[in-house]
Design a protein around this ligand. Structure first.
Ligand SMILES: NC(=[NH2+])NCCC[C@H](N)C(=O)O
Ligand SMILES: [Mn+2]
Ligand SMILES: [Mn+2]
Length: 348
């Protein structure tokens, strides 16, 4: 465990005795309080691919829907699913010219898409719907997280936490990024570590209500983190559990620590990049990295987060069925099972 986290962990232990199971707050908040009782769920398909260079990730949502995700959520998990049967944000918003800006590729397109997505997600979340967004590349989290963060503040008067499950930290600033791909930067914009002046592509994120705090961000599954990103994690004391931590403590203990860090009165947005899983389970993704989570470990993370009763939204991103095509079906199935676990299917 990184030293900053172990200090925090010790402090929590002193405060609460043992961790998550016995953390006591005055008013434990359950799903019933965070979300509407009739299990309203909005399903948003966001097939944007401009946050990285490989085509095919725009077809991720279609693959998940065609494999039956919406029907399963309705029929098996009994959610009241709001789904408009449309894939949004594919090639419908391509500006005529989109020159690089601070080294970022497609800055204008990504900005326009994520800003629209942000209000789209906000409009669902403010009604108390659980929001599931299917990507698309991970740049779409700029839209989903800013949308739910704003809704959470308005509706619950609370700051939201983010659990980011990924092989990558996706917290590069335009200046620390080697690739210029914005799917490697969403958390830098969402936390304000990379901000822009008004009038610049991501200037719209300057409003505090759209942002999240670095203290409420927790990573799980990291194993391919760039130099500049490691420095940002260290300097900002961000809670991060790498694959090394998963090996050392086991996924059970890692989840105890991750959830203790967040505390049990905080709404949670889960952003799950399918490349957090080992390519053995999810080969069809743009930046696959070996030595990853097993499907069981990924499912366990989703189950634990569901079990908090505080989960209000999730993203499932980076499924690219056109890569490693013989493994595409397996990747889609893994992605669907992560979503189902996060929605409570496997808990008794
Ligand atoms: N969402 C992802 N798959 N991100 C991969 C990011 C890879 C690399 N760190 C970059 O910034 O380009
Ligand atoms: Mn990733
Ligand atoms: Mn990612």
């Amino acid at each position: 465990m990184p030293p900053f986290l172990s200090q925090r962990y010790d402090q929590l232990r002193r405060q609460y005795g043992a961790l998550s199971s016995t953390c006591v707050v005055d008013s434990p908040i359950t799903n019933a309080k965070f979300l509407s009782r009739n299990k309203d769920l909005a399903l948003v398909a966001a097939g944007f691919s401009g946050g990285q260079g490989k085509s095919g990730v725009d077809a991720g949502p279609t693959a998940l829907i065609e494999a039956g995700l919406a029907i399963q959520l309705r029929d098996h998990l009994r959610y009241n699913v709001h789904y408009d049967d449309k894939i949004h944000y594919c090639n419908d918003i391509v500006p005529d010219s989109d020159p690089d800006h601070r080294g970022m590729k497609n800055p204008q397109a990504t900005s326009v898409v994520t800003q629209k997505l942000s209000s789209h997600i906000f409009s669902h979340a403010k009604e108390g719907r659980f929001v599931v967004t299917l990507g698309g590349d991970h740049s779409i989290a700029i839209g989903t997280i800013s949308g739910t963060a704003k809704a959470t503040r308005e509706r619950l008067n609370r700051d939201m936490a983010v659990i980011w499950v990924d092989a990558h930290a996706d917290i590069n600033t335009p200046e620390t990024s080697d690739s210029g791909n914005i799917h490697g930067m969403p958390l830098a914009f969402l936390t304000g570590l990379a901000s822009e002046k008004g009038g610049k592509p991501f200037g719209w994120l300057n409003s505090e209500e759209l942002r999240i705090s670095t203290t409420k961000l927790v990573y799980i599954g990291l194993r391919d983190v760039d130099h500049g990103e490691k420095r940002l994690l260290r300097e900002n004391g961000i809670a991060a559990f790498s694959m090394h931590d998963v090996d050392q403590y086991g996924i059970g203990k890692v989840m105890d620590m991750a959830l203790a860090w967040i505390g049990n009165d905080t709404p949670i947005h889960l952003s799950f990049d399918i490349d957090a899983l080992d390519p053995m389970w999810a080969p069809s993704t743009g930046t696959a990295v070996r030595r990853g989570l097993t499907l069981r470990e990924g499912s366990f993370i989703a189950e634990c987060v569901h079990d908090t009763g505080s989960l209000i939204a999730m993203d499932l991103v980076e499924v690219n069925p056109s890569l490693e095509q013989e493994g595409a079906e397996k990747t889609v199935e893994a992605a669907i099972s992560i979503v189902r676990c996060a929605l409570g299917e496997t808990l008794l």
